[in-house]
Design a protein around this ligand. Sequence first.
Ligand code: SAM
Length: 418
Amino acid sequence: MTRPAWAASEADSLLSYAVRAEANDLPDLLRRFTYNGGATVEIEEAGLRYFVNEFWTAGQRQAHAIHEISYRACFKPQLPEFFIARLTAPGDTVYDPFAGRGTTAVQAALMGRRAVANDVNPLSAMLVRQRLRPPTLAAIAGRLRAIDLRGEPVAPDAPLLAFYHPDTLQALTALRAYLQARQADGTLDPVDDWIRMVAINRLTGHSPGFFSVYTLPPNQATSVERQVRINAQRWQVPPPRDIVALILRKSRSLLADGAPPAGPAPLLLTGPAEATPAIADGTVGLLVTSPPFLDIVDYEGDNWLRCWFAGIDPASVPIAIHRSMSAWEAFVRACFTEFARVLRPGAIAAFEVGEVRGGKVLLERHVAAAIQGLPFRIEGVMVNRQSFTKTANIWRVDNNRRGTNSNRIVLARRTGSG
Ligand SMILES: C[S@@+](CC[C@H](N)C(=O)[O-])C[C@H]1O[C@@H](n2cnc3c(N)ncnc32)[C@H](O)[C@@H]1O
């Protein structure tokens, strides 16, 4: 029986101090790790040591409910939890420079660590901030009752009618105007901020739990033109939705397991990971992250509707897209140069690189090449395989194609004394 991912008990804290000493030998920790009796397989290739095992399970129910918002290319909470539990103690600073929906930050806060999160996309901080310190359900319900959502009737040719019933769009536009006015005059408070976070997550999706008619999953907004085609193909028109009820329902489910404990004040930044002057030198005890991979994900295309609601110009967000491997390597090097500054000597950067281009490109090898000469030592590449099987090609992508996940994580230790 494994412990739920969010259970950070006293005993765990003591244990984590003990394990932290052991974590000075991370390869040994991974080598000795067993999961459900499965031993770690160690492979040496291209000068890198791979440690392959099922290091955590895929079980959704193992993660705290407050993680449950969707974001393109997010990782599971079990990934940061694995490192936070073993490599840090309560009060330590855990940093994610490419925070996305804030999986690392939220998990760190749940475990009593100081969360530092950065993302170039301003949506990220909007998604993360209030889940670190959520308001009560009663406060959320009270605010929703108080906001005037009557608004103005929408024009019959409004493009967003491809997604929403006119009444829903009218209420949604009123909510957007309310939030933007509060933002503009500096009165947007944590309860408004929570409501905005939940509304951003309910904008579109493929079930009646979302404000829209059936469309792509919530982390991939489609275009108006494409939605018109989807509607025609499915013979559908947007049905009316009660946005207040849906926001409350989602709030209730996010808060079902409670909130993170009051811990050290988090720090949320919006900007490029390559330059984070707000983080002091040598203060980060652990970095857990997953960078943008080449040109795999179209963040602007996926986020246009969320940006509309939040009042962000997506074209103004300098999301990193690197079309060539050398450009990606240069980007990774610039990031690690900054990580070297903020990490405390001896601390680990766990850098998750995805399976890209059908497994033909092994990004961990490009990370190794990119950071040569910087004050890091690569301790290994951890490959988490769910449905772990012993195959000859144990670290390759074949598992992913069959619909199960694997994660490949470069473990780089900050060397030197500063
Ligand atoms: C793979 S996603 C991270 C997802 C995250 N691990 C989670 O669980 O939600 C990569 C993130 O990097 C961000 N990003 C892209 N270029 C960036 C840059 N130069 N600096 C900081 N963040 C950047 C994107 O906005 C995106 O949120």
